[in-house]
Design a protein around this ligand. Structure first.
Ligand SMILES: C[S@@+](CC[C@H](N)C(=O)[O-])C[C@H]1O[C@@H](n2cnc3c(N)ncnc32)[C@H](O)[C@@H]1O
Length: 363
């Protein structure tokens, strides 16, 4: 997702210092993290670096961590949780290393203030993230807490709903421009259509959610937060020209999608219908048709799914000319059954599953 994240970050006016496999490094203040959390639709988390150091084993880790002035960031009567990514040969149990981090934080705060915060696994308070690979360690405040992907609008799930960040990435990766039509047959819980509608309105995806990790960091600038949220609320468009259509043959999927769209405040923009994907209306004019069909297991599939993918190809050919067609799938054998020449095959991950967003130019 990194190229799409990079574009979003740069559009917000930040300069990228380093690009990593699954993330970007930029320079900014804690207050900058507010905007990043509220506006980035393709990011999972915004980590604020506190310290980078060398640690060969858990004892060294503890020693370095105790020197960080945690009492300046975490309330002594607050609550802290620790998450991590660890690849160090002395550690075979991540929980143990996380415990070391937590102990260092609590020891330091107790020593400085005479009291200690509670700790546990709840991500709705202060969250500290440890990245430790070989001897290189970096410790961060996780200013998001829960993943930004959890926007708060998905109140009802249908089978295999897609993460909101992935749906936002698919929207960004497509050739769709707000103002054009966005058609989403097989919409399931409606995530892709909802992300498209939020983009059409230029509505920051993070506004719906009230809680973020940053709000639990000592010195949190509540005035800045409130004024930023107010500014963002009034930015963007009230309406837009194109049509957004979302269909699914399962009535429960459409019910879930409608509920989710309502919570996201975009139900007035999406035309929902219960129907087979082949009966989806394709409006005249420029636009895209985006589908995330079921793909079962990554290896091996049944005859029914093969026929479904062949039928998608036929539908694209016969009913969608003039549009850009997209199929998002994790099964490459099934993808071939669409039977049309791809214009692009974009590599994306659905959690740990390697997937493709296949792009077709439909004449
Ligand atoms: C993988 S799910 C889509 C998930 C969706 N992206 C989301 O975020 O919730 C696939 C959807 O395709 C629908 N579907 C399967 N066959 C269909 C058909 N022939 N016509 C319409 N919808 C179909 C299923 O009901 C299911 O909701």
């Amino acid at each position: 997702m990194t190229p799409y994240l990079r574009k979003e970050v740069e559009d917000l006016g930040f300069k990228v210092d380093h690009e990593r496999l699954a993330g970007l490094e930029i320079t900014g203040s804690l207050n900058d993290c507010m905007k990043l959390n509220l506006c980035l639709s393709t990011a999972h988390r915004v980590h604020f670096l506190l310290k980078k150091f060398e640690a060969h084993n858990a004892d060294q880790l503890h020693e370095k961590l105790v020197s960080i002035p945690w009492e300046e960031y975490i309330d002594r009567s607050g609550y802290v949780s620790v998450t991590s990514f660890i690849k160090n040969k002395t550690i075979d149990n991540t929980q143990f290393a996380q415990l070391k981090v937590k102990d260092a934080i609590v020891d330091r705060i107790r020593q400085e203030t005479g009291a200690r915060p509670d700790s546990g696994s709840d991500l709705n308070h202060t969250v500290v993230f440890l990245f430790w690979k070989n001897e290189e360690a970096m410790v961060y405040l996780d200013t998001s807490g829960e993943s930004i992907s959890r926007r708060g609008y998905r109140v009802q799930n249908h089978t295999a709903p897609m993460q909101e960040t992935l749906a936002a990435t698919i929207v960004q990766a497509s050739k769709w421009e707000p103002g054009q039509h966005f058609v989403n047959p097989m919409c399931g819980s409606g995530t892709i259509a909802i992300e498209a509608a939020l983009k059409a309105l230029n509505k920051p995806t993070g506004l719906l959610r009230p809680n973020y990790g940053i709000k639990h960091i000592l010195g949190f600038d509540v005035g800045e937060w409130n004024s930023l949220r107010t500014d963002l609320k009034y930015q963007g468009n009230k309406d837009f020209e194109g049509r957004i259509l979302a269909t699914d043959h399962d009535r429960r999927a459409i019910q879930a999608a409608q509920k989710n769209a309502k919570t996201a405040g975009v139900d007035h923009l999406i035309e929902f219908k219960v129907c087979d994907f082949r009966e989806t209306e394709i409006p005249y004019g420029d636009g895209v048709v985006v589908m995330n069909p079921p793909y079962g297991e990554r290896i091996g599939h049944d005859q029914q799914l093969e026929s479904l993918y062949t039928a998608i190809g036929d539908f694209f050919k016969q009913d969608c000319s003039g549009k850009w067609g997209y199929v998002f799938t994790g099964n490459f054998d099934l993808a071939k059954k669409v039977g049309l020449r791809t214009n692009q095959r974009i590599e994306l991950y659905n959690s740990t599953i390697e997937c493709r967003l296949l792009e077709y130019e439909l004449y």
